[in-house]
Design a protein around this ligand. Structure first.
Ligand SMILES: [Zn+2]
Length: 130
């Protein structure tokens, strides 16, 4: 190998290493972005769950109040049902987004998060449709 050939080969090798490093860095940035997105979505989901819990407590108070003799306000009940439906929907959608980013799916049997390529749930044994 002549000196010129050596320099050329060396330059090519350096370029290809640089390329690999660049790709790894890009994928690390992407991974970091995904983790931040998962954290953000999880926070939104926890907030929605807390809101839903508060409404469930209100609903329970109304029902128990009725049992204890208070008049049950249908309007309040309907409002709470609608809010609960919408919060439940919101939580499900956030769960789907989080599962997609994590490359997991939710077991229909037990609700646990399972790797996407599993055929069975390792927690409850439910079989997944392909
Ligand atoms: Zn399961």
């Amino acid at each position: 190998m002549t000196y010129d050939e050596f320099v050329k080969k060396f330059a090519e090798a350096a370029e290809s290493v640089g390329d690999t490093v660049g790709k790894a860095a890009n994928s690390a940035v992407k991974k970091g972005g995904e983790l931040a997105e998962i954290a953000k979505l999880t926070l939104q989901k926890n907030n929605a769950r807390q809101e839903r819990d508060r409404r469930l407590i209100s609903l329970g108070s109304l029902v128990y109040g009725a049992h204890a003799g208070a008049e049950l306000c249908e309007e309040d009940m309907e409002k709470l049902y609608a809010e609960l439906d919408s919060l439940t929907d919101k939580i499900e959608k956030l769960d789907e987004k989080i599962a997609k980013l994590r490359n997991t799916k939710t077991c229909p049997g037990c609700g646990r998060s399972v790797a996407k390529d599993y055929g069975y749930c390792p927690a409850c044994g439910a079989k997944f449709e392909k």
